[in-house]
Design a protein around this ligand. Structure first.
Ligand code: B12
Ligand code: SF4
Ligand code: SF4
Length: 225
């Protein structure tokens, strides 16, 4: 098989061993997509990311030989950029300004919706997934989007809304300063730093995909910066 429809499979074959998964394909109207390196707009974006702790074994062993800044972004770029070059694609990364609309892309590619925490919830992986990059192409890639069921609709108790000790997660959004102040200054903040965000941990969906403790701590340290 060759041609555009084979691209997601080729990407999965290269990045899968590192735990970076093809998380979906977004079809974009002419002029709507992000800019490609040649100045035209992408017509398709392939989203790349982790589900549960899929990236952790590979990333952790790479991390042992690295002492620079932004390790997870650096690791992701080292893997995704050469593949972009090989495929004639343009690579985008979630933390690089100008921020590309990764969450909007994910909503379109996978039919996901936001949880009360702001992050998107997946019916299988719950809150335990994220995006490591995306590849833009100048042509369409055939895709079928399954409209995912939204787990929050059937969650009556919504424990994520009452688990944060300082009420940083509420229906009006995520109060970043309140969270960071608690993490950095209050004795109780250590619980979140060591075991992960209590609001995220309270969600029963995809609990088996919860990040391993070391990965949870890694992300909490990043959130504190
Ligand atoms: C800035 C940023 C932050 C900031 C501020 C977040 C905030 N709530 O204001 C900080 C540093 C605090 C942060 C923290 C975290 N973040 Co953050 N963050 C980003 C970043 C870089 C940009 C977000 C942005 O402003 N987008 C705006 C535009 C550019 O994007 P957009 O897709 O058009 O945005 C739309 C969606 O966000 C959508 N939307 C999303 N959620 C909601 C919720 C509601 C209620 C509504 C109405 C709309 C909505 O509406 C937006 C506007 O159209 C993104 C990466 C990215 N490029 O998107 C990650 C990203 C959103 N973060 C992510 C994560 C996982 C986190 C953390 C859990 C990480 C951690 N270390 O613990 C925490 C906690 C987040 C929380 N509880 O809300 C993931 C989310 C993955 C997912 N499952 O959805 C992303 C996509 C990064 C990634 N690599 O995957 N983050
Ligand atoms: S606890 Fe319930 S409302 Fe909160 S994110 Fe999980 S499923 Fe959604
Ligand atoms: S990390 Fe802790 S303080 Fe911050 S939102 Fe989660 S539960 Fe609240």
């Amino acid at each position: 098989m060759s041609g555009p429809s084979a691209i997601p499979g080729s990407i999965a074959a290269v990045l899968g061993p590192y735990g970076i998964l093809v998380r979906g394909v977004v079809s974009l109207a002419p002029g709507e997509g992000p800019l490609l390196t040649d100045g035209n707009h992408a017509l398709a974006v392939v989203l790349l990311g982790n589900a549960g702790g899929s990236i952790w074994p590979s990333f952790r062993s790479w991390l042992r030989g690295y002492d620079g800044a932004d390790p997870l972004d650096t690791w992701s770029k080292q893997l995704i950029r050469p593949l972009a070059e090989k495929l004639g694609a343009t690579a985008y990364f979630p933390s690089d300004p100008p921020w590309q609309p990764f969450q909007q892309w994910a909503m379109r590619a996978e039919g996901l919706k936001p949880s009360p925490l702001g992050i998107l919830i997946h019916p299988q992986f719950g809150l335990w997934h994220g995006y490591r990059g995306a590849l833009g192409f100048p042509f369409e890639i055939e895709t079928s989007v399954k409209v995912a069921e939204h787990p929050c609709d059937g969650c009556i108790d919504k424990p994520c809304l009452t688990a944060c000790p300082v009420g940083a997660i509420s229906r009006s959004g995520f109060d970043v300063p309140a969270c960071r102040s608690y993490l950095g200054n209050e004795p109780g903040g250590k619980t979140c730093v060591v075991s992960g965000c209590l609001a995220r941990n309270a969600c029963p969906v995809g609990a088996e995909f919860r990040y391993p403790p070391e990965q949870l701590r890694f992300h909490m340290r990043a959130l504190m910066r």
